[in-house]
Design a protein around this ligand. Structure first.
Ligand SMILES: [Zn+2]
Length: 419
């Protein structure tokens, strides 16, 4: 009897101290950080929640559950948990986000165009349905206006050139519909650009690939080099008149994953005015996690066939752990280490935020978008100035957008002049 009582007491004490710990973590954000964060335009260049937004049975305005630790958010099938919804966007002080248009790279041709259009329509509808909360934005000044009016600025970023179906006219229509960046490839090659996800085929960009980059410059659509092969990056950097972005990549010096950028690439992109927006996906943040990911890849793929669906995600994680040992722990402060690395090697003007929320596995302590103020707090603790923190949180990306708009207008003037 006495033992049971002691056990209960210990359990209650454990629960209480856990809640205290959770509270002290939020409390750890200083008043100065809170003030700075909520007065800054915080912009995220890559969020995959679009796959939920398009579903009529999912409510953007309702608060949903957290993802269990170490489990990737799969917005195409899990409607109960995730990283992003309106209440948590507000809690995290996020002011602007690029909704990723995400169509698996194995889907190509007209089917890819069809799927892309449906996702674009979903974001247009979201803004139409919530006119007081969400503003559909295309330009940097529209984003600033939305922020002033206390609305969430919703932008469109297309994750993979396969959705163009090799067509410049389709690219022009996407631009008219508001797509403001295109990632040249996703995990597979397109017919005109190599991805980092496969052995090289085209040696970077083909002639059509270069033409597409030129047309994106003319239209004011940012060229995004996340996911592309290193050679495609160098080709795009050479061809593009506008600065490039890496909408959701991290630093290869800190985690050797091919999705990340080398210091040489980051410096070269910065020299041309570009910005790398740091991805929070654990294998991209942490080298031990990247290696674990590669080592377990085949086993995890097999498990996915054997036990498909989100309902089996924890089971898959446990079986992988039994076979290879538990996955390394990755803390959210790694995000700040990557930001710091870019600032040190290339300058504070060339780094931003590209979480990959709802498309990736988040580090401990960054369970969802509501945790963003921690980043501002950590940067203050690292003695960044308030002006520099504002740049990292969103101003750098807005500067690149404005520059792409200016170059597009200039190209149009040149074309008119040459007629
Ligand atoms: Zn991606």
């Amino acid at each position: 009897m006495k033992n049971t009582r002691t056990a209960w007491m210990l359990l209650l004490l454990a629960i209480w101290s856990a809640s205290q710990r959770a509270e002290s973590q939020t409390d750890a954000i200083s008043e100065r950080a809170r003030k700075l964060h909520f007065s800054s335009l915080v912009l995220d260049t890559h969020i995959d929640t679009t796959l939920r937004v398009r579903r009529p049975d999912w409510d953007f305005t309702a608060e949903h559950g957290h993802m269990p630790p170490g489990i990737s958010s799969r917005p195409e099938s899990n409607l109960h948990e995730g990283h992003v919804d309106l209440p948590r966007i507000k809690e995290g002080g996020l002011g602007a986000l690029f909704f990723g248009i995400v169509v698996r790279g194995t889907i190509t041709g007209p089917a890819a165009v069809n799927a892309a259009l449906e996702q674009i329509a979903a974001i247009h509808k979201l803004a139409e349905d919530l006119p007081n909360e969400v503003a559909f934005c295309v330009t940097s000044s529209q984003v600033r206006l939305a922020f002033k009016e206390r609305k969430i600025a919703a932008l469109l970023g297309m994750e993979g050139g396969h959705m163009l179906n090799n067509s410049l006219p389709i690219l022009r229509m996407y631009a008219k519909l508001g797509v403001r960046y295109i990632t040249l490839t996703h995990f597979y090659h397109t017919d005109w650009a190599d991805s980092s996800g496969e052995p090289p085929r085209h040696n970077g960009l083909t002639a059509l690939g270069k033409e597409i980059v030129g047309e994106m410059n003319r239209l004011g659509v940012l060229v995004d080099i996340s996911h592309v092969s290193d050679k495609t990056f160098w080709d795009a950097l050479e061809v593009s008149r506008a600065p490039l972005i890496a909408s959701h990549s991290s630093c290869r010096a800190l985690s050797g994953h091919v999705r990340n950028m080398t210091d040489e690439m980051i410096r070269a992109m910065a020299k041309k005015g570009g910005v790398i927006q740091i991805n929070y996906n654990t294998p991209y943040l942490d080298n031990a996690m990247s290696e674990y990911w590669l080592k377990t890849q085949q086993f995890r793929d097999e498990l996915l066939t054997k036990y498909p669906g989100d309902e089996n995600a924890i089971r898959r994680q446990q079986e992988t752990g039994r076979q290879f040992g538990p996955s390394p722990k990755v803390n959210w402060e790694k995000i700040v280490e990557h930001i710091d690395h870019v600032a040190r090697i290339a300058g504070v003007d060339h780094v931003g935020l590209g979480s990959d929320f709802d498309g990736a596995t988040m580090p401990d302590g960054m369970e969802d978008v509501s945790q963003l103020p921690k980043i501002t707090d950590a940067l203050l603790r690292r003695n960044y100035t308030e002006a520099d923190i504002k740049k990292i949180l969103g101003e750098n990306t807005l500067r690149v957008m404005a520059e792409a708009e200016r170059i597009a207008a200039q190209i149009s003037r040149e074309k008119r002049g040459s007629r």
